[in-house]
Design a protein around this ligand. Structure first.
Ligand code: FES
Length: 81
């Protein structure tokens, strides 16, 4: 079975090559990107990131299976508020 991989570009200039289905918080940590968290249950919005312009709550989502080959991640919240 062929494994698809996706390149994720982070706000810090780094990138990760990951398999769809990988948790956002896990790959962010590995890339040295600190995504702020709160509830870790999908309700507070502290962990929101923008993935190719779409808001995603990182604590409850994974890299989507039917996605493009490259994803650009940006912070939708100011991480220093
Ligand atoms: S940490 Fe609260 S929604 Fe993700």
């Amino acid at each position: 079975m062929k494994t698809f991989e996706v390149i994720v570009h982070w706000p810090n200039g780094k990138y990760s090559i990951v398999s769809p289905g990988t948790e956002w918080l896990k790959i962010a940590k590995e890339a040295g990107v600190d995504i702020p968290t709160g509830c870790l249950g999908g309700s507070c919005g502290a962990c929101e990131i923008e993935v190719n312009g779409e808001i995603v709550r990182a604590c409850i989502n994974c890299v989507p299976i039917s996605c493009k080959k490259e994803l650009k991640v940006e912070f939708s919240n100011d991480p220093y508020w």
